[in-house]
Design a protein. Structure first.
Length: 370
């Protein structure tokens, strides 16, 4: 039995520097509200948490009246902004869609992108349901072994921590921004979301490793497509794909279209193609040169100095930039409690590298784009 949320409710949740000060004044002037607290994220070298002294509706209205303020704050924070106290979104999910539109011209309608409809909100199709409860039934990841790192903290570094990815990297063009909202989070100290910053990690790459990744392309595959590292290690034969399902090439180093900063962009075991990749032009497979390089890059990218672990509170909203961050889910006791999160995905500014491309994952567009 779930401790805090009934399965039947899952689809029916009721309807310091000068630049920072300027943005705060902008938000205050646009709707007579202000940020009551802005603070760096604990233990992290990137990100900033925001807390407003008003309800989510007023926050969204302020953001709509000055649509550049929050995106600018996200860029300044190098890709991660948690906003606290957004509880009203659970009663009015359209607020999440309105806020998502501040970050880009297209908020994905999951009915139109081959998404399993059991994971789509019944009345707001731009919301993806992430939950261990029926009808979604997505189990939490396993606990890592050992459950704590050598420093006594939650493990973050690959390969001790697995599951690192960036949303929908198996699509071209890939998405820009994700908004992730806690309707019913897991118990404290479980169900955290981990983030690693590709901008900081790229800047700190040793020169020899940087020379290896500049100009390199990764080959990304959709989870469940039979091309994971586990599938390759087991000797399975991957199924044939339609054109719009094919694995997609992505640059390992992306230039951010807003800030111009360079960032590492790749995933690990479950979201790379381990039969033809993980990298284009390197020996493929889980025992090849490409696998060794991916392990080296991912271990660097997920060093604790580049990471942040978010402890969820009901009503938290996290906004992150998929163009420069990877993230990973963590274990919670799915047999004893239900967790319900809402996600939106924003598209529209992947960068010049993708200029003019049609959507690879839509059958008609995918057939045209190959």
């Amino acid at each position: 039995m779930f401790a805090r949320h009934h399965a039947s409710e899952i689809h029916q949740a009721a309807p310091a520097d000068l630049a920072a000060r300027r943005r705060q004044r902008s938000l205050r002037g646009s709707a007579c509200v202000s940020v009551t607290r802005k603070a760096p994220l604990p233990g992290a070298s990137f990100g900033a948490t925001l807390c407003f002294g008003i309800g989510a509706g007023a926050v969204v209205t302020a953001a709509e009246r000055d649509p550049k303020a929050l995106p600018a704050a996200l860029a300044e924070a190098k890709g991660l902004v948690p906003i606290q106290g957004m509880n009203d979104i659970a009663r009015d999910p359209d607020l999440l869609i309105r806020l998502s539109r501040v970050f880009g011209p297209e908020v994905e309608d999951y009915r139109n992108t081959l998404t399993d409809l059991k994971s789509v909100h019944v009345s707001v199709p731009e919301i993806l349901l992430v939950s261990n409860m029926p009808p979604v039934g997505k189990a939490p990841p396993k606990r890592p072994e050992p459950p704590l790192a050598a420093d006594g903290l939650i493990p973050v570094q690959y390969p001790h921590r697995k599951g690192w990815h960036t949303d929908q990297s198996y699509r071209r063009p890939p998405p820009d921004i994700s908004l992730f909202y806690a309707v019913t989070p897991a118990q404290r100290d479980t169900g955290q979301t981990l983030f690693a910053n590709g901008i900081l990690a790229y800047a700190a790459l040793p020169a020899a490793l940087k020379a290896k990744v500049d100009g390199l392309e990764g080959l990304h595959a959709q989870p469940g497509s039979g091309r994971s590292r586990d599938a390759a290690l087991a000797g399975r034969t991957p199924r044939a794909f339609a054109v719009h399902e094919r694995s997609q090439r992505q640059p390992v180093v992306r230039t951010h279209p807003v800030t111009g900063e360079r960032s590492l962009y790749l995933c690990e075991w479950g979201q790379m193609d381990w039969f033809e990749g993980p990298f284009v032009g390197l020996e493929p497979g889980p025992h090849g040169a490409g696998a060794a390089l991916l392990d080296e890059i991912m271990a660097h990218l997920t060093e604790r100095r580049f990471c942040y672990a978010h402890e969820w509170t009901e009503g938290d909203l996290l906004i992150w930039d998929n163009r420069c961050l990877v993230h990973a889910a963590t274990w919670f006791d799915g047999d004893r409690e239900g967790r319900l999160m809402w996600r939106t995905t924003v598209h529209g500014n992947p960068g010049a590298h993708y200029a003019g491309e049609k959507k690879s994952w839509i059958p008609a567009d995918g057939l045209t784009s190959q």
